[in-house]
Structures are given as structure tokens and as C-alpha cells.
Design a protein around this ligand. Structure first.
Ligand code: TYM
Length: 329
């Protein structure tokens, strides 16, 4: 039985990228592994949310998790901020994390470019907090999308460095995981890179069907291929990538063939794509509308989850402190 840990930042509702990159893999792993899934609400502080929107976003993510199928009977669901041991381990790991390597991280450079007036130390040390999240439970596998690959590499490095420095074989080196396949990146509908909350190009699990149809219709296309078997421009490749995630393989194949024969009609493809996205999201959306009303249930799930997660985390911290030389007299 492997230990699985993953989390999502609380910056809004979850979109198809979060679902196919992380959530769905996690859900599939619940039956056979010991699974921890949390809401990274401390990580979301790097962008300075006000307290009201922080709380609302944590609730959105929690409701989306439960509606998508994370089962509190099988998995441990908790808020990062409910586990003070994570912050403590983060502090210790920071003593062995270096400015040069942190400043070189792709996500740091991107964020520094996006928010030049707020390049705070939390942004710089984002990967050490993430490493603490993961190794505190001795994770083997971390279901995430392609964009988190570098963070996992750093997590392994920090774990190894701790072991080497203290001369122990204590922390495991976890791997980024996608159910037997390559890590994936779901693109946005605007022809740009990945689907993301801050990119404004996302389809959310909570979107109503009409909203999804509208968004898919707006996706960028062109007048179609002019030659047989021509390569696809990025914005068209993106539509196919999303289709591969939501549609049956025969459907994808059908549109590939039409593309290759220059017979593709984007309006048909978009109609099919919207339909297949709605097939994935509408049962989740129905449960979202139910669960979001049930504050007592959300309270129960998070208090029980925090209790179990703290049990695991405090055992680790006790051992870490011992290894590091914090010993009682
Ligand atoms: P975040 O909140 O940006 O995204 C959460 C998860 O969704 C995946 N994801 C995607 N996958 C494929 N295509 C996309 N377009 C796409 N957009 C997002 C991400 O890869 C991620 O798995 N640092 C993390 C949160 C975190 C975490 C952790 C994850 C904090 N501590 C410990 C795992 C383990 C983040 O910002 O993800």
C-alpha cells in the first residue's frame, strides 16, 4: 500500500486542468492506498487574499473535492492551515534550501513576472512548503499535472539533502504520478498555454452547461486545414488535447480523420466537445449544489480529517526534532 499525498491551492473553483491533472487520479487511488488530500490555503497567501475571499475559496475547493468523489471514509481530507506541523517542517527545510535554487524555479520566475510588486519570501520558498506538505506523511506518490514536475524534483532533493545532512535514511523520495501515464497538461481554450484560474481561460467543474457551451464556442479556430495531413496549429491541438481527456477514443479518432482529410467542421467538433465536457462535469455540479448547503457536513469532514492528518504529521515532527538534535533534558 502506497502513501499518496496531493493538494490544490485555494484560489477559486476547480477547473478541468485540476480535475484531469490531479483530482481524478487521486480519486482512482483511494481504494488501494493510504491517501491524504488537502487544501493548500497557506500557499494561497502568496497572492494576499482578503480573509473573506480566502474562506470562501477554501469552501469552494472543499466542496469541489467532495463532489468530484474524494471520499472522507477512504481518504484523509484536511486544510493545510489546520496542521501546524507542516509550517514547522517548512521552517526546518528552509534552513537547507538555497536562494540560488529557489530563485531559479520556473514557478517563482513566472509569479515574479506576474506580480512584480509582491515578490514575497513565501513565493520564493513555495517549493519548500510544498516539500513539507508531501514528506510530512512520507508520501510515495503525488498525483499532479505536468506543471508540478519541477516542484516534485525539488521535493526529492530536499528529502535527500535532509537525509544526507543528518546521516539518516528517514524521508522517502516521492514521485509525481499520473495513473500509469505521462503527466498531463490541459490547455486553455484561448490558444495559450495551460488552463488556469489566473489565466481566465478555464472551464470549471461548477460551470452550468450553457456556460460551458458558450466557452467552447468562443475557442479560437480558423478556416481549417488546406492540405491533407497538415500539422495542427497550437490552438487546434489544444481542442484535441481537451477532447482526448473527455471524449471516447473513437470520437477523437473521428475528428483526427476529418482533420487529416481537410473535412473538419469546427462547429461540429465544438458541439461534441461541449457535450462530452458536460457529461463529465454535470454529475459533479449536481453534487456541488447539494454539498455546498451542508455546513455541518463540511465541518465534520474537516475536523475529522485534521485530526487524522495531525496524527501522522506530529509523529514525523517528533522524529525530525529528535534527528535534528532538539532533545529534552
Ligand atoms: P495548483 O493549485 O495550481 O493546481 C492543483 C493541481 O492541478 C494541476 N493542474 C493542472 N493539471 C493539468 N493541466 C492543467 N492545466 C492544470 N492546472 C492545474 C496541478 O498540476 C496540480 O496538481 N503547488 C500546487 C499545490 C500544492 C501541492 C502540494 C500539490 C501545494 N502543496 C503538495 C501536491 C502536493 C499548486 O499550486 O497546484
Amino acid at each position: 500500500m502506497d502513501i499518496v499525498v496531493s493538494g490544490i491551492r485555494s484560489t477559486g473553483n476547480l477547473h478541468l486542468g485540476n480535475y484531469f491533472g490531479a483530482l481524478r487520479n487521486f480519486i482512482r487511488m483511494q481504494d488501494e492506498n493510504k491517501c491524504f488530500f488537502f487544501i493548500a490555503d497557506i500557499h494561497s497567501l502568496t497572492t494576499h487574499p482578503d480573509p473573506k475571499s480566502l474562506h470562501a475559496n477554501v469552501k469552494n475547493v472543499l466542496v469541489d473535492y467532495l463532489a468530484a468523489g474524494i471520499d472522507p471514509e477512504k481518504s484523509i481530507i484536511y486544510l493545510q492551515s489546520d496542521i501546524p506541523e507542516i509550517a514547522e517542517l517548512y521552517l526546518y527545510l528552509n534552513m537547507h534550501a538555497y536562494l540560488g535554487e529557489l530563485a531559479k524555479t520556473t514557478s517563482f520566475k513566472e509569479k515574479a513576472r506576474k506580480q512584480p510588486d509582491n515578490i514575497n519570501a513565501g513565493l520564493l520558498t513555495y517549493p519548500t512548503l510544498m516539500a513539507a506538505d508531501i514528506i510530512i506523511h512520507h508520501a510515495d506518490k503525488v498525483p499532479v499535472g505536468k506543471d508540478q514536475e519541477q516542484h516534485l524534483e525539488m521535493t526529492r532533493r530536499f528529502a535527500r539533502r535532509f537525509n544526507n545532512f543528518y546521516g539518516v535514511e528517514y524521508f522517502k523520495e516521492p514521485v509525481a504520478y499520473n495513473f500509469g501515464q505521462e503527466l498531463i497538461k490541459i490547455p486553455g481554450l484561448d490558444g495559450s498555454g495551460k488552463m488556469g484560474k489566473s489565466e481566465g481561460n478555464a472551464i470549471y467543474l461548477s460551470d452550468a452547461p450553457e456556460e460551458i457551451e458558450k466557452k467552447v464556442k468562443r475557442a479560437i479556430t480558423d478556416s481549417g486545414p488546406k492540405e491533407f495531413n497538415s500539422p495542427k496549429p497550437d490552438y487546434i491541438e489544444n481542442l484535441f488535447t481537451i477532447m482526448k481527456a473527455v471524449s471516447e477514443p473513437e470520437v477523437v479518432q473521428h475528428y483526427e480523420e476529418l482533420w487529416n482529410k481537410c473535412e473538419i467542421r469546427y462547429s461540429d467538433m465544438k458541439k461534441q466537445l461541449a457535450e462530452d465536457i458536460i457529461k463529465v462535469t454535470s454529475p459533479i455540479r449536481e453534487r456541488i449544489l447539494e454539498i455546498e448547503k451542508d455546513d455541518a457536513y463540511l465541518h465534520k469532514v474537516t475536523t475529522e480529517g485534521a485530526e487524522k492528518a495531525r496524527e501522522s504529521a506530529s509523529k514525523t515532527l517528533k522524529e525530525v526534532r529528535q534527528i535534528m538534535g532538539f532533545r529534552p533534558f
